[in-house]
Design a protein around this ligand. Sequence first.
Ligand SMILES: C=C(O[C@H]1C=CC=C(C(=O)O)[C@@H]1O)C(=O)O
Ligand SMILES: [Mg+2]
Length: 460
Amino acid sequence: MLKVKEDILESMLEKAIHNIQTDETKLVSYTKKINEINPLYFFEAAEKLGNRTYWRSSIDDFCIIGVGSTLEIATEQSDMNYTENRWQTVLEEAIIHNPYNVPGTGVIALGGMAFDPKKEKTELWSNYKASQFTIPEFTLAKIEGNYYLTTITRVNRNDHAKQLLTQLNAKEQQLLSPVESFPENVHVISQEEIQPESWKKTVKKATDEINKHETEKIVLAREIRLHLSKEASITAVLRELVETQPNSYVFAFEQEKDCFIGATPERLVKIEGNQLLSTCLAGTAPRGKSLEEDEKFKYTLLHDQKNREEHDFVVQMIKQAMENYCENIVIPKDPDILSLSNLQHLYTPVRATLREGYSIFNVIEKLHPTPALGGTPREKSLAFIRHYEHMDRGWYGAPVGWLDSNANGEFAVAIRSGLIRGDKASLFAGCGIVRDSDPEAEYAETNIKFLPMLSVLGGV
Ligand SMILES: C=C(O[C@H]1C=CC=C(C(=O)O)[C@@H]1O)C(=O)O
Ligand SMILES: [Mg+2]
């Protein structure tokens, strides 16, 4: 089996090298099925092989891990044209061997973007670009019980196929060898909330603005900074997130010594073929301590006017955005409840058919930021956030996800997240401010939203 694989890959590499006339490079991608492997072991084994990316979907049996970088599509530009054009060009010139017609296999790019590229970037986010997608050197995809390994190599005319193959095989062996021990997790030594009182005043300012009819909804976020007991092992943090947040997307994007990581329940968009799925998520209540209390919170959330209004801004905006590039849009009249480990949300799924000629990039551009993270109207709320929010959101609240060479992909909104930098971490949480918002209640809501990350870092 291995022999056949090596023959095909070697001849693909040889052919690619032979056909390169100029100084250009070409991507050679090879996908094969492999035996079952624990994705977190693979992630751990990859520690010394470059930046790693982790993505686990909330409902499907779907997990992708990217290792290293064969090609980076990064820009400080705020629109998606550059990224989309570059991705298309890369694909046109790639040589792809992928016998499996399964979304998430073959050539994929994983990445994300800044919440608001117009807001000045601080040192905190210095390793993350306004938009940054990586085509990894290796990807492991676990999809519905099957395991696929893809190697993507960039060749130039001076390369030697045999030499490349030897290097690839050595790395592959390292990735697939069982790790000896699983790293220990950290705990929080100290914790600092960034200006909570001033944040509450900003909430009041936002409600004043809304009551003056300047805007209708503004999402305000805040930050807490943690000092950890030691340099965090990303594998250990991921393992806890995967275990404690089964109904959330779990993600991690390493950049040098930093890692943006989280467990978000909020899908922005999933595209499979021409089928599109999006989610409206806004309006929050805690989980009850008993079944009765939980049911009571659920009922109250479903019937609470303030939360319903907060939610409806998102539904209306997503519906409107969809009308630009979709048909057969199906949106239930009333929201349902999405229950998570630490809290529950009002939730409305959106299904539609994507019209021909539109891509996941077009959808992201229209949808981000939804009023679950920005506000309504978009520009006015963003201007308020830019001016009054005393923090750098970086990639928090922005789309993160993956796409493949067959135009499938999925992006979530990166909330319930934090940026880990060695033995330090910054966690982020926000909430939708509408006219009836009470600063203390919103402050309490953000406290619950910190819990998923805080608890896996040993902070509660
Ligand atoms: C902005 C966040 O959550 C959003 C998503 C769901 C519910 C929300 C809310 O009820 O305020 C927020 O709009 C966050 O978790 O940081
Ligand atoms: Mg809320």
